[in-house]
Structure formats: structure tokens, C-alpha cells
Design a protein around this ligand. Sequence first.
Ligand code: EPZ
Length: 419
Amino acid sequence: MDKIIINGPCKLSGSVTISKAKNAYLPILAGVLLSNKKITLNEVPNLRDINTMLKLLGNLGVGVKRDGKTIELEPALLNSHEATYDLVKTMRASIFTLGPILTRLHKAKVSLPGGCAIGTRPIDLHLSNLEKMGAKITLEGGYVYAETDGPLQGAHLVLAFPSVGATENLMMAASLAEGQTVIENAALEPEIDDLANFLNAMGGKVSGIGTNRLVIDGVKEFKEVEYTAIGDRIEAATYIMAALATKSSVRVDGFNPKHLDFVINLLKNMGANIEVGADFVQVEPSTLSLAKVDTAPFPGFPTDVQAQMMALVTQVEGSSIITEHIFENRFMHVPELIRLGAKIELKGNTAVIEGGLKLIGAPVMCTDLRASAALIIAALTSHGETEISRVYHLDRGYENLDQKFKKLGANIQRVSEES
Ligand code: EPZ
């Protein structure tokens, strides 16, 4: 297992280009299963989760040809309806294949994803709404068995919670269903829009994009398509917060700042000096005032930026408050930040951070993807050497992170850990 060593405090400068979004390409890759025509995806980031999804598609029989960051897929070769536990357990986004396999083959056997570090991550909204579309669903031996007599039927679905995954699974299932499906209280994340745009690009009929009421008319088949996903707003937020935490001047480009409206406005209200362009932001050294953050579904403060924000406010004078409303266990970064000298008190799903303290380098451990990003930000501001272990968590969602930060001037090395 590799580790990352950072000697801080670091000053950053220059520019960093954001990769295309993991959370857009993962559902899009599942959506490939809907079609029997060639699909070409461009600028696909080299991430562990993406590679796991490509392996899963390969196991289902889909032809996968990779040329650098261009991937050609041949879903006509689909020859299995079963997504097995060995792969699904390593990446819960595999559950996105349930809707496409079921609507294409009228039967599916997909392993239950199991929980993960940040929470139990149930899929009840996915399953109950697929049943409303005519699926017969049973759970047995850790697997979801789903089947229909003939095509899924369009239905009027109302999500009890604007779940990103449920919205995506159901939108894809509806794309080959008979008739029209309406999804009320649909999630509004930009990655949902991107999936809808991808489906429409290959001949799907999704309307209401960008609203919480999606209308999907089932089609009979799709056409060949070439597609490029949106920039990764969560990766962008990570570099923006690293720049602010180290009081650096950094340009972050290759993403749509509108996808980070809430975060950028909050940071500006805290005193951050951020110039916003069409596909970049320019961050300048800033003195920030304390923050009060509540995570929420889009367009609110993204839960995927909560840990990174916490690392940032350890450098801000005063007591900041961060409350996590989306996942039940998304404070795994707290004990690790405390090892660096941060003063953080947890009261249920609320963290109170006493900021403005000097952090001192120490060995710390990654526990989940975004917690790992928080440790990187904190290590960049810490005095002395920080050794971050289990960086495979980072590799799930950050492409070439150590190289990108090295290019920005950070004193950062990635080394392979003995044993
Ligand atoms: C997606 O996960 C993202 N993953 C997550 O990003 C992100 O944190 C999350 O959306 C929220 O924005 C991908 O897109 C691959 P949800 P997902 O369904 O679809 C509850 C990262 O760091 N819920 O919106 O699993 C659930 O327990 C990852 O990149 C149900 O109760 O998120 C959670 O409390 C982490 N029943 C809340 O909804 C369901 O059937 C949000 O879950 C589904 C969800």
C-alpha cells in the first residue's frame, strides 16, 4: 500500500486542471448497458472506481477498449445479467447497473452493495420504485434478484429523499421502459443533468433536466454516441480549499464554477478572494472569518466537500460549526485531524472546530475518499512531516493528486509502503 509524505507548511502557485467527474462517469458507464451500439467516452479519468466499473462491464460481456483516456465500449456483447459481490463490494456505485440490466434484459442479479465507512447506504428507494415500474424484487444471499415479464412499465414515482443514486438508477430504467415515467423530488446534482444529457445524446428522451421533476419517455433503442462528462466539482472544491488553507494564489480550471455556486458564495462570504470565470476560478491569499456549514442535497453545501471544509477551517480563527445531514458517519477524518493538532469537538452530527491553531505534522491514516482529501489539505498547512497511509482511498476519486500538487509547488512525495 502506498503512502504520501508532505513536508509543510507549503505555499502553492500556478494552475491545476480538474479531471472529468467520477460521479458523472460512474452512472454514465452503467448507462452504457442500456444500448447495443458503440459508445465512445473521452477524457475518462484514471481512477480506481472507474477501473472497477470498467471491470464490471467487462465481466458482463461488454467490449471495453481503452486508448489512454478514450474508452470505446461495445455493449452489444452483453451476455450476463449478474453483477457479482467480488466487484460490487469494492464499489457501491455498481448498484447503478441494476436499472440498466433489468430494463434491457428483463432480469438482473446484482449484489447488495453493503455499507461503507460513511454509512449504511441503503438502496430502498431504488428497489421500491423499480417495483412500482413492475419489477419483482427479492433479496437473498446478499443479492438483489429483479425480474419483469416483458419491459418495465413507465410510472409516476415520488422519491422520499432526493437520492442521487436512486434518481440515476430510475432514470436509466425508465429510458427503455414502456411509456412515460415521472420522477418527482429527483436529485438536482449536476451529475444527474450530465447523465440525462448523455442518455439524450444517444437517443433517450429525458426532459425536465435541471429540475426536481424528470420526465422520461421510454425508447426502443439507442444510437452510437461519443460523449465527454463535466469537470469534477468536488475535486475542484478540494484544490480551492487547499489554496485558501495555504494562503496561496492558484488558478483551478476545467470545471463549471456554477456547479459550486453555494460553496464559492459561502467562501466569499467568509472573506475569500475568488475570481470566478466561465470554466475556472482564480483563488488569491485571503483572511477568512469562521464558518457555519450545514451539508444538504444540491444546490446546498455538498456532503462530499464537508471534510475538506473542516480541514480549511482549522486554519481560521474562532469556532466554526459543521453539521453533516446526509450521511450518519462522515466524521472519520476528525480523529486524524486531531492527531495533527486540530481542536475539534463532536456533538452528534455536529463538529465544532476551534480554528487558527498551528498544526504539527504526524503520521495519519486515510479512512474514506473525502476524509483522505481533508488530510492532504491539513498536511499542506502542518509544520513538519506528515505521513498519510492507505492512500488507496484517495485513488478512488482523485486522479494524479500527488503530481497535481507537486506541480503547484507542494513538498509532496508518493512512496510505496513496505509490506
Ligand atoms: C452519491 O452517492 C455520490 N456517489 C456520493 O459521493 C455523494 O456523497 C452522494 O451521492 C450525495 O451527494 C456517486 O455518485 C457514485 P444518495 P449515493 O443516494 O447515490 C440515503 C463520493 O465521495 N438513501 O443521494 O449513494 C443514503 O443513506 C461519494 O464521491 C436512502 O436512505 O447518495 C444517504 O443518507 C460518497 N435510501 C442519502 O440518502 C436509498 O435508497 C444520500 O444518498 C438511497 C439513499
